[in-house]
Design a protein around this ligand. Sequence first.
Ligand SMILES: [Zn+2]
Length: 269
Amino acid sequence: MPELPEVETTRRGLEPHVAGRRIVALTVHEPRLRWRVPDDLPAKLAGQRITGTGRRAKYLLISVESGTLLVHLGMSGNLRVLPADAPRIAHDHYDLLLDSGNTLRFNDPRRFGSLHYTDGDPRRHPLLARLAPEPFDPEFDRDYMWRITRRRRASIKQVLMNSHLVVGVGNIYASETLFRAKIRPRRRAQSLSREEAGRLVKEVRAVLTKAIKVGGTTLRDYVGADGEPGYFRQKLFVYEREECRVCGTGIRRLTQQGRSSYYCPVCQK
Ligand SMILES: [Zn+2]
C-alpha cells in the first residue's frame, strides 16, 4: 500500500511533468472509484493550467487555476506519466491529458483510490480538515509527542501508527523509527520519558526523509507506487531482518494489531 514516502515520491516525480502545463481533457474511463468521480469534473478542468503540486497525508494535491484536485492512490493505485497514445491496460481509470502530449494516467486494480476537486482551500476540504499533524509539521514536536502519550496505555507503536495522532507512519516505518529511537515497540506509550519523546520525533522524520530521498532517486518518467518501499528496503535496520545491523543480535518479531513488529532486544529498551 502506498505510504506517505511513496506518495511524496510520486509527487516529486510528477511535478516537473505537470507544473505549468495546461489540461487538455480529463477522460474518465471508470468513475466508480472509492467515491464516484463527479460527472462535471471533465468540464471544470478542461483548459486549466496546473500551477503546482502538494501533499497532505496520503493525498496528492494538484493545483489548477480555479481550484485543487485531491488524488488518493488507495491500496494499489499508481499515477504514471505516459505519451498520450500509449495503449491503455486493465484498471486504467482516468487520463489527465496535458498540452505537452503526455497523459497522467491512473491505474488501480482495487479501486480504493479517489479523485476529488475543490475550488476552496484544500486543507478545509472534509477529507483533509480533521487530519492529525504530519511528522514534518512544526507542531509535531517533542512536547506534542509527550502530551499524546501521557494517558495512553496502548503500545508506543500503536500510538505512532494512529492516524488520529500523527499521519503517515506506516508499519515498516514505525518499526524502523522505534529501532533508531532505541525504544521497544511494546512499551506503553505513557512510559516514555520526555527525552524519548524527543528522540521519536527526530527519528520518525529521519526515517521518512530517507525513504523519500531514496524513492525519489528511482523515478524518471515512470512514477510508481507499488507499495514496496523500493530501495529503502535495502537500508532497513530491523524490518524483516535476521540480525541487528548495529550489534549482530537476532532480531525478534512480534504481532501487534495483526501487523508484524521487529526489534533488537539489545539496542532497544
Ligand atoms: Zn542491536
